[in-house]
Ligand binder design. Structure first.
Ligand code: PMT
Length: 399
C-alpha cells in the first residue's frame, strides 16, 4: 500500500499546474515520498518553492544542474515506484510519444522503468485533435496509464473535455498502478452498507452500517485487477472508482441485484448488514401519531447468503458476522449453515471494530476450523487480508 512508497511528480506548463501542488500534498499525507520535476513552462504557473515546501525536497527542472549531482535524470527515473505527469500538456504527450528527450522531465520519462501515469489537461480542441488522440493511443499501447480528463468549464472560458481529472481519481490511479494484479481474471461481487426497510413513505428500519468495510473490499479488489460489482445499500460514501455500482435500498432489492448477477461472478463477499426482518405492510401515507403504542408486524427477509450458498458451485463465498456475544461460536454456526468458504467475524463491543469506524479488528474462520486473528488496522488493509485468503482459495482450486 501507499505508505513508504516513492513517486516522481512531473509538472508541465498548463493552468492546472496549481492543482499539482494539492496532488503533492495528498501524496505526502499518505506517507509517499514525492520528488517533483517541473518543465520550464510549468514555472510560469507555479514556483518550485511551493513544491519544495510541500514535499520537503527541491523541485528539479535543470538537466545540467550540478547542485544536486546525485539526483540526475537517471537516478530520478529510478527513484519512483511510479511517475505521474499531472498536468500533462499536449507538448509533453507529443514528446513522450515521439521519444524526444530535450529537458529534464522528458529525459526522466524516457529513462523510467516504473509505471507511468499521464493526466492530460488542456483546451478541448487541443485534447480532441487527432494528433493528441493519436499520441495518447501510442502511449496507451506502450502501457502508459492515461487518467482521462473530465468534462467541464475550462480555463479558456469554454466548456468541454480537458479539465484535469479529480485529484482523488489520480491518487486512486496511482494506488492501482503499483498494486500487483493478483486477482486479474476474477469477477467479484461485494455487498456493502445497510438495508432500509420502510413502513411508511417517510420512515424505515435500518442499522448502523456505513458501508466502509464493503467499499474498502471493492476498492482493494479492483486495485488488485478484479472486475468488481458493488451492490450497496444507502451510504454517504463516494462510489469507488472503476466498479460496476448497483445501488439498492431494501433486502429484497439487494437479493434481486445479487441473485441476477450470481451466474457471472467467481467470488461473492457479503459485507452488507442486511435486515433480517421488514415491516409486513408499508403504509401508503405517513402513519399519524395516535394515543398509545404503535405495533408494526415484521416478516422475514430473504437470507441472501444462504441462497447463494445453496447455488454456490465453484464460487468462493465469504460472509461476515457482526456479533454482540459468542463471536466465534455464532460465526462458526453461520459459516457451516450457509455453505460459505470463509466468514469474517467482527465484535460489536470492540473499540475500532465493526460499524462506522475506519478500522476493523477481525477473525477469519475457515471450514478446516482455522481462526486467523487480524489486529486493528485500516479497513483497506483488512480488505487486503481478506482478499489474500480469497486468493489462496482460488489458487488451491477449492472453490
Ligand atoms: O459498513 P461498516 O460501517 O463499515 O461496518 C461493517 C460491518 C460491521 C457492517 C461488516 O463488517 C459486517 O460485519 N457485516 C455483516 C453484518 C451482519 O449483518 O451480520 P449477520 O451476522 O447479521 O449476517 C451474516 C451474513 O449473512 C452477512 O454476510 C450478511 O451480509 C448475510 N445476510 C444476513 C441477513 C440476510 N437476510 N441476508 C444475508 O445475506
Amino acid at each position: 500500500m501507499a505508505a513508504g512508497k516513492k513517486a516522481v511528480l512531473g509538472v508541465t506548463g498548463g493552468i492546472a499546474a496549481y492543482k499539482a501542488a494539492e496532488l503533492a500534498r495528498l501524496l505526502v499525507k499518505k506517507d509517499i515520498s514525492v520528488m517533483v520535476v517541473m518543465t520550464e513552462n510549468a514555472k510560469e504557473f507555479i514556483t518550485p518553492l511551493t513544491f519544495q515546501t510541500l514535499t520537503g525536497h527541491p523541485a528539479f527542472s535543470d538537466l545540467f544542474s550540478q547542485e544536486h549531482y546525485d539526483l540526475n535524470h537517471i537516478s530520478l527515473a529510478a527513484y519512483g515506484d511510479v511517475i505521474v505527469v499531472a498536468p500533462a500538456t499536449a507538448n509533453i504527450i507529443g514528446k513522450m510519444a515521439a521519444g524526444i528527450a530535450d529537458d529534464l522531465l522528458s529525459t526522466v520519462l524516457l529513462a523510467a522503468r516504473a509505471p507511468v501515469l499521464v493526466c492530460p489537461a488542456m483546451n478541448d480542441n487541443m485534447y480532441t485533435h487527432p494528433a493528441v488522440q493519436n499520441n495518447i493511443r501510442i502511449l496507451q499501447n506502450r502501457g502508459v496509464h492515461i487518467v482521462a480528463p473530465d468534462r467541464g468549464e475550462l480555463a479558456c472560458k469554454t466548456a468541454g473535455i480537458g479539465r484535469l481529472a479529480e485529484l482523488e481519481a489520480i491518487v486512486e490511479a496511482i494506488e492501482t498502478a503499483w498494486t500487483d494484479k493478483d486477482l486479474a481474471g476474477e469477477k467479484i461481487l461485494v455487498t456493502a452498507g445497510p438495508t432500509r426497510e420502510p413502513f411508511d413513505p417517510v420512515r424505515f428500519i435500518t442499522n448502523y452500517s456505513s458501508g466502509k468495510m464493503g467499499y474498502a473490499l471493492a476498492t482493494m479488489a479492483r486495485r488488485r485487477g478484479a472486475e468488481v460489482i458493488l451492490v450497496s445499500g444507502p451510504t454517504v460514501l463516494p462510489i469507488p472508482y472503476g466498479v460496476d455500482f448497483i445501488p439498492v435500498e431494501s433486502a429484497v432489492e439487494m437479493r434481486g441485484a445479487v441473485m441476477s448477477r450470481l451466474e457471472t461472478v467467481t467470488v461473492v463477499i457479503k459485507a452488507a448488514a442486511v435486515a433480517d426482518y421488514r415491516p409486513a405492510v408499508r403504509a401508503g401515507n405517513k402513519i399519524k401519531k395516535k394515543r398509545g403504542p404503535l405495533n408494526i408486524d415484521l416478516e422475514k427477509n430473504p437470507d441472501i447468503i444462504a441462497e447463494i450458498g445453496a447455488k454456490k458451485g465453484k464460487r468462493v463465498v465469504v460472509g461476515f458476522a457482526m456479533e454482540s456475544e459468542n463471536l466465534l461460536a455464532n460465526a462458526k454456526a453461520k459459516l457451516f449453515a450457509k455453505n460459505m468458504d470463509l466468514i469474517v467475524a467482527n465484535d460489536l463491543h470492540q473499540d475500532g471494530a465493526g460499524f462506522q469506524s475506519d478500522t476493523n479488528i477481525i477473525k477469519i474462520l475457515d471450514l478446516q476450523g482455522g481462526v486467523e486473528t487480524v489486529p486493528l488496522m485500516d479497513k483497506l488493509d483488512i480488505a487486503a487480508r481478506i482478499l489474500d485468503r480469497v486468493k489462496a482459495l482460488i489458487y488451491a482450486g477449492s472453490r
